[in-house]
Ligand binder design. Structure first.
Ligand code: ZN
Length: 136
């Protein structure tokens, strides 16, 4: 199944519900110009918004973020914190999920010793606070 979700109000992002485009870990994946979501998670709004935020990162960097994401731990860390903060906005239990997502950031993005779970939790909490308290 495929749907389209606009970002920035004008850019249609294809959302493909299929496990084939996913990596070895995770229920969603962004390819910059399109998003893949596990069909079992099709009602997970936070997951979708996380992946769409990666598409915004792609377009606002004119595609450069895709390269930086793979080359720079600092950049990858920043991008994931931003997307997990967006995901938290849609969480029914952000207090619990901030710890879960911080753990994901620490374990699943090749950040190794670059970021501890405590670092990730503090930074994610701060980013979430800024985004959730902003006028939307
Ligand atoms: Zn992500």
């Amino acid at each position: 199944m495929i749907t389209f979700r606009p970002i920035y109000g004008v850019i249609p992002i294809p959302v493909i519900y299929s496990r084939r485009l996913l990596g070895p870990w995770g229920s969603g994946r962004s390819y910059g110009v399109l998003v893949a979501i596990d069909p079992a998670k099709r009602h997970d709004r936070g997951l979708l918004e996380h992946e769409l935020q990666h598409c915004r990162q792609f377009y606002r960097s004119l595609g450069l973020n895709a390269l930086l994401y793979f080359l720079s731990k600092r950049h990858r860390y920043r991008q994931e914190v931003e997307c997990y903060a967006v995901q938290l906005i849609y969480s029914e239990n952000p207090t619990q999920d901030v710890g879960t997502f911080a753990s994901y950031i620490h374990r699943h993005y090749g950040l190794g010793t670059y970021v501890t779970p405590t670092d990730a939790r503090q930074r994610l909490s701060y980013e979430y606070y800024l985004r959730s308290s902003a006028v939307r």
